[in-house]
Ligand binder design. Structure first.
Ligand code: TXA
Ligand code: MG
Length: 337
């Protein structure tokens, strides 16, 4: 898929402090040498990211990961054996080689081994730690194609390694292993259920004393959001929506609805007057929905609507990560006027 020379050029760029965007199985990352303060500084500048929001470090395998952490608990061993390469990020105490800016001054680093041939070849040839947040402008929708990266970051990236559409489509699960009680800091590509099968019951930020929002800014509301005002709604909001839309003159709305749900049927039977907007039909399985979500947000934004309305996914654990991203991208329909 990639000429060796292109990967080698990417490695050269990383070695000389440049930025390489690359495909992973979750979303595209904006990569820099995690041991080079100037390179890491450029990542924050290009993204417009707050210095208080730490970056994920990517490695080719467990042996490289272990060079950059000072502890490798049993939990890390179990998790890496089951889920690496894959969409699981582990937070562990870092060595001094990981520059402070990467972790926003925190003593622990978030580290993962991505499951994508392009990312893996890059990381193997670089043979070191690559700090890579999602390759989008801060607080905007993460990129799931090379074209998304080009549109968001353009010439601010030295090279983009195109690896096609991202298979998972939302970011990795982040798990904190720095205390004796592992806690999920961000739901993502690996479900809580699968983690608990290995580790037993896990803390969740809301249910624990963990100061998660400060430690993991990805948990703050309004993140990963479309440009247009976005609201989430459920079946019980249908009448409210209908009234709202009817009273709007010259406004346009885009609706994201889930295929095959009761709501989809109701919409068909009593169509909502969405004015000049559109309905985007989303997949009914959580995995397919996740793969499609960010591209759908971008498609919705491209219509420059007055607002985007997103149907709430089912309250089932398989939808946790998708529900989390929708909750961060939207406000409840009651806030709409
Ligand atoms: O799937 C992913 O994780 C993608 C791809 C590119 O690997 N990366 C990604 O990175 O989503 P980013 O920077 O957009 O999100 C990093 C998340 C944030 O929620 C951040 O707060 C958390 O990981 N994080 C990073 N370092 C941390 C640390 N040292 N302690 C706690 N949380 C950390
Ligand atoms: Mg991000």
């Amino acid at each position: 898929m990639h000429g060796h020379s292109e990967i080698e050029r990417a490695v050269e760029i990383l070695r000389s402090g440049g930025l390489v965007a690359f495909a992973t199985e979750t979303v595209y990352g904006l990569g820099a040498d995690a041991t080079n303060p100037r390179a890491v500084g450029r990542v924050f500048a290009v993204k417009g990211r707050l210095a208080s929001n730490p970056l994920i470090v990517h490695v080719a395998d467990v042996s490289i990961a272990r060079r950059y952490v000072t502890a490798w608990p049993e939990s890390a061993e179990l998790l890496s054996r089951s889920f690496w390469p894959g969409p699981l990020t582990m937070v562990l105490p870092k060595t001094e080689q990981i520059v402070p800016a990467v972790t926003a001054g925190l003593p622990a680093v978030a580290i993962r081994c991505p499951d994508h041939p392009v990312a893996l070849e890059l990381l193997q040839k670089f043979a070191g730690p690559v700090a890579a947040p999602s390759a989008n402008r801060s607080n905007r929708v993460s990129p799931t194609t090379a074209e998304h990266v080009r549109r968001d970051l353009g010439d601010n990236v030295d090279l983009i390694l195109d690896g096609g559409d991202c298979r998972v489509g939302i970011e990795s699960t982040v798990i904190d292993l720095t205390s004796s009680r592992p806690a999920i800091l961000r739901p993502g590509g690996i479900s809580r259920q699968r983690l608990e099968q290995l580790l037993g019951p896990l803390e969740s930020p809301a249910a624990s004393q963990h100061p998660a929002p400060a430690l993991s800014p990805g948990l703050q509301p309004v993140h990963y959001a479309p440009a247009a005002p976005a609201f989430r709604f459920g079946v019980s909001d249908l009448t409210r929506l209908q009234n709202l839309f009817r009273s709007q003159l010259g406004r346009s709305n885009v609706l994201l609805i889930i295929d095959g749900t009761e709501l989809a049927t109701q919409l068909r039977e009593s169509p909502i007057p969405i004015n000049s907007g559109a309905i985007i039909v989303m997949p009914a399985s959580a995995d397919d929905y996740a793969r499609r979500l960010y591209a759908a947000f971008r498609e919705a934004d491209e219509q420059r609507p007055s607002a985007i309305w997103v149907q709430q996914p089912p309250h089932e654990t398989s939808w946790d990560a998708v529900r989390d991203r929708i909750a961060r991208a939207t406000r409840p329909v009651l806030d709409a006027s």
